[in-house]
Design a protein around this ligand. Structure first.
Ligand code: ARG
Length: 464
């Protein structure tokens, strides 16, 4: 018999009962559900709605239920639609009348909203820790491989040489912004709906501020209708997860390219590679591919929730039951993928000479040769055209800019002198990019310090 069966004459249909249940996904939130009930009972007693003795018995009973759930010995009854019913039914079976008083001034509508917000906060805290660990791995890679030069690309065509550290730090800053997005979602989740009851508040003198602070919420939602039907914070969570997955997928794509024979820039550690069942030579970047693939499903979770929420009238509607799985899935997927990326970055082996050789190909010095002419007084636009002509000449000759003779160069412009050799030096080209945020060695050292500072600030935010 369901807890709400009073006004029903017919029995429940087995199929619809199973179809309507959320118990399986709710099991993720039993600790939050019990914490919410304990806070509610303490408050009911403090407000004189139930006796202190009832509150004490309820509290003990709830702790006993939690112990069984923690231990995995709790036997869930398929007749219980959700975790709220499972906990309340077990409590009442254990302690009798006092348990039956727990639901005074409360609805499953404000319960589910409370549980979900508490769970979202816990998930986000875990994700923020995972994000910090990943950022540590990227920063360490930038520090460890300082000085390694690789090609920088636009349109996936050779553009200008950059430091590998600079490339790693670009991802560091992306994930740093993801931390801020996760923190913003956490802030959105951090408000208590408890005490809103079904939708309109209640006639009992509930102290919503007491339960909120008891549960560690820093705010109380000011409108009971909004409190039971708002899932914006889950959208924020899923958006933050989606953006971070998108960042991971970009990095995965590069890792996959870099570990191909064509690039040969890196070798992934054995722990983060797989072989083939038929081709004995294969070492595949499966986990980078899997992360890239899982990005689609996290974005799907976000889109599913947006569509579920669209056009929902106030206040609670059963549609809202569909909100939980996607949010939990998005968080778990991102967490796993961050852990995976942390391992891939930490264990990958760099092939510096292949990176350097690639950085010497494809006229990577062209911009700097044009800059050489511009610094001798030629307008940059003209210098660009002169070097463009030289590139064409090289292509005809099948050589690089650095292979042209001084007289070849001087026939294009009399401004060329012996000192042009400096403009072909890959390390010098990198080093010369001294602008703030640029790839020059000194600029990247500054960037590494700033990254370490930003990471320390995120760590402090977690442990304040
Ligand atoms: N199982 C429901 C959910 O997960 C709990 C709230 C149900 N409330 C209701 N009136 N049907 O959303």
């Amino acid at each position: 018999m369901a807890l709400w069966s009073g006004r029903f004459e017919g029995g429940v249909d087995e199929f619809t009962q199973a179809f309507g249940a959320s118990l399986d996904v709710d099991k993720n939130m039993y600790a939050q559900d019990i914490a919410g009930s304990r806070a509610h009972a303490r408050m009911l007693a403090a407000q004189g709605v139930i006796s202190d003795e009832d509150a004490r018995v309820i509290d003990e009973g709830l702790c006993a239920v939690k112990e069984r759930m923690d231990a995995g010995t709790f036997v869930f009854d398929v007749n219980d639609e959700d975790i709220h019913m499972a906990v309340e039914a077990a409590l009442t079976a254990d302690i009798g009348t006092a348990g039956a008083r727990l639901h005074t001034g409360r609805s499953r509508n404000d319960q589910v909203a409370t549980d979900l917000r508490l769970h979202a906060k816990a998930l986000l805290e875990e994700l923020m820790e995972g994000n910090i660990a990943l950022c540590h791995a990227l920063l360490s890679a930038a520090q460890e491989h300082f000085g390694v030069v690789m090609p920088g690309y636009t349109h996936l065509q050779h553009a200008q040489p950059v430091l590998f550290s600079h490339h790693m730090l670009a991802y560091f800053w992306m994930f740093g912004r993801d931390f801020e997005r996760l923190a913003a979602a956490h802030k959105a989740a951090d408000a208590s709906p408890l005490g809103s009851a079904a939708l309109a508040g209640t006639t009992y003198p509930l102290d919503r501020f007491m339960t909120a602070s008891d549960l560690g919420f820093s705010q109380v939602i000011p409108n009971s209708l909004d409190a039971v039907s708002d899932r914006d914070y889950l959208l924020d969570l899923e958006y933050a997860c989606s953006v971070s997955m998108m960042h991971l997928s970009r990095l995965c794509e590069e890792i996959i390219l870099w570990s191909s024979s064509e690039f040969g820039f890196i070798t992934l550690s054995d722990a983060f590679s797989t072989g083939s069942s038929i081709m004995p030579q294969k070492k595949n970047p499966d986990f980078a591919e899997l992360t890239r693939g899982k990005t689609g499903r996290v974005v799907g979770d976000l889109v599913a929730l947006l569509v579920t929420m669209k056009s929902l009238p106030l206040a609670y509607n059963k549609d809202l039951q569909e909100c939980k799985e996607g949010a939990i899935d998005a968080a778990k997927t991102l967490m796993d993928c961050m852990t995976c990326m942390e391992g891939m970055i930490g264990g990958m082996q760099l092939h510096e000479s292949a990176m350097r050789a690639a950085a010497n190909e494809g006229f990577m010095a062209a911009t700097d040769v044009a800059d050489y002419l511009a610094k001798k007084g030629m307008p940059f636009r003209e210098a660009h055209a002169v070097v463009g002509q030289l590139v064409l000449l090289c292509e005809r000759k099948g050589c690089g800019l650095e292979d042209l003779s001084l007289s070849d160069l001087q026939s294009a412009s009399s401004l060329f002198g012996e000192d042009v050799a400096g403009a072909f030096d890959i390390d010098a080209i990198v080093r010369a990019r001294t602008t703030y945020g640029g790839t020059g060695h000194e600029a990247v050292r500054v960037q590494i310090d700033e990254a370490a500072g930003a990471l320390a600030a995120h760590e402090a935010q977690m442990h304040h």
